[in-house]
Write a protein that binds this ligand. Structure first.
Ligand SMILES: *Cc1c(COP(=O)(O)O)cnc(C)c1O
Length: 462
């Protein structure tokens, strides 16, 4: 029975955990353009991809099936922390004196503190099934590296992580966390790969970037038959695994008889946003009456404004140009974002699925600078007691602004955002904010145009 009781945390029982992932590709009228082989510039063939990924994940990457069953072996591990709570942010509502109802989906309760554990477990499982011995990957702020390290540990797989240099220095505890699960961690760019050596030659003091670290991990995987590559965001199969977040949220809102006017998530490569928002976007695509007025907002940093100022075109996923060309919003694969503390949002591109939805006007994008984001993080920490990840605080900033707008318009709206992770490994960033040392960086137009011009040269569609 549906009730209007005063609930703070909307819980699902273990039995109610969704048993299927949602594949939005099945429902899109305009499909994203296919990934291209970097050598031939033709749609990439599955056998080329199998150098990097196991067969099952390649099938999911190109699948047109609307729902894909979650294997029991994966569910068994997800049930250690899922279903995650949906929380009514009453403290924040009171602080803002807004008539809006604010809810957040709390993905910070996973063992590694972010949503990334969801796909890490699935990817480790499928690789194990196909007798892979080791996974190589990159990590920005360290959340993805720790999630994959944990998952590899469960399935007895080796794990090699290239960690972006600036984060390697800023977040030693994330490195230690990966190592305690048995992963081997290297600061990127490194001397261990040709791609890394070339980048160091060009810029010996480079703070690194996700694009560079991806080049190194891909090179390691491509040159070792027992090692495959694993990506923590961007690709279709990664977002597929994250849709359990949105599927749970839909069920939880139904329990309290609410439906969102606004859905909000932060965007780095697009996986927590897509995983959280796509089950709601499905209702828009299906033209469900209740979804007619719903707005879906993707939030990014002004220091890396891919969706708000980037170009929609084909680009590489990495700096060295080893990955397939993806059709997406991008700032250019050689763009190195400023070393902002939301390390997980420092990526030059955005998932082709999320990009397509922004391009088609179904999803809106906004950008915020670092200090306004930390101001929102502090309001959230003070009113709800959780210190959010700087990445997630982008979504909080947008939720606060929406709640204040609702207040000025006197509207009782329902705002739901994804708290993609906690910030307990980011205390040095909070320390810098409290001391007034955080810089707001915005890329200037000239610099941006320089990178976009190179893209035009690369582009195959124009
Ligand atoms: C990695 C990360 C992000 C950004 O990655 P997406 O793929 O865009 O979700 C956001 N929040 C947290 C907590 C992260 O760890």
């Amino acid at each position: 029975m549906k009730s209007k009781q005063v609930l703070n945390r909307v819980q699902l029982s273990e039995r109610e955990i969704p048993k299927k992932w949602y594949n939005i590709a099945a429902d899109l009228n305009e499909k994203p353009l296919p990934p291209l082989d970097p050598q031939t510039r033709q749609p990439i063939t599955p056998d080329k991809l199998s150098l990097l990924f196991p067969q099952r994940l390649i099938e999911q990457e190109v699948s047109e099936e609307q729902f894909i069953k979650i294997p029991n072996e994966i569910l068994k591990i997800l049930l250690k922390w899922r279903p995650t709570p949906l929380v009514r942010a009453r403290g924040l509502e009171e602080l803002l004196e807004t008539p809006a109802h604010i809810y957040f989906k709390n993905e910070s309760v996973s063992p590694t503190g972010s949503h990334k554990s969801n796909t890490a477990v699935a990817q480790a499982y499928y690789n194990k099934l196909e007798h892979v011995k080791r996974l190589a990957t990159e990590t920005g702020a360290g959340q993805w590296g720790s999630a994959l390290a944990m998952a590899c540990n469960y399935f007895d797989l080796g794990c090699k992580v290239f960690m972006v240099k600036s984060s390697f220095d800023q977040k030693p505890y994330r490195r230690a966390m990966m190592q305690l699960w048995g992963a081997e961690v290297t600061a990127s760019p490194s001397e261990e790969t040709n791609a890394g050596k070339e980048m160091l030659e060009r810029a010996p003091d480079s703070p690194g970037s996700l694009g560079m670290a991806i080049s190194e991990a891909v090179e390691v995987a491509a040159s070792d038959p027992e090692t495959k590559y694993s990506l923590g965001s961007v690709l279709n199969h990664v977002i597929l695994h994250q849709t359990i977040i949105g599927e749970e949220t839909l069920k939880q809102l139904e329990k309290v008889d609410e439906y969102p006017d606004t859905i909000i998530g932060c965007v780095g490569g697009g996986s927590n946003f897509g995983g959280f928002a796509f089950p709601f976007v499905r209702e828009i695509l299906e033209e469900k009456p209740r979804a007619k007025k719903m707005r879906v907002i993707a939030v990014e940093p002004t220091a890396c404004p891919t969706l708000t100022r980037g170009m929609f075109t084909y680009d590489y996923g990495d700096t060295a140009g080893l990955t397939p060309l993806l059709s997406m919003y991008t700032l250019g694969h050689d763009f190195v974002p400023a070393a902002i503390h939301a390390g997980g949002l420092r990526y030059h591109g955005v998932s082709p699925l999320v990009s397509a939805l922004v391009h088609q006007g179904i999803v809106q994008a906004v950008a915020y600078s670092q200090n306004e984001v930390f101001d929102a993080a502090l309001k959230f920490a003070k009113s709800e007691g959780i210190v959010p990840a700087p990445e997630s605080a982008h979504a909080i900033r947008a939720a606060i602004d929406e709640a204040l707008r609702a207040k000025s318009e006197g509207k009782k709206e329902v705002i739901v955002f994804n708290l993609s992770g906690h910030g307990y490994f980011d205390m040095s960033a909070y320390d810098a904010y409290l001391q007034g040392h955080l810089e707001d960086s915005t890329i200037d137009e000239e610099e941006l145009q320089k990178h976009l011009k190179q893209l035009r040269r690369l582009s195959v569609s124009e």
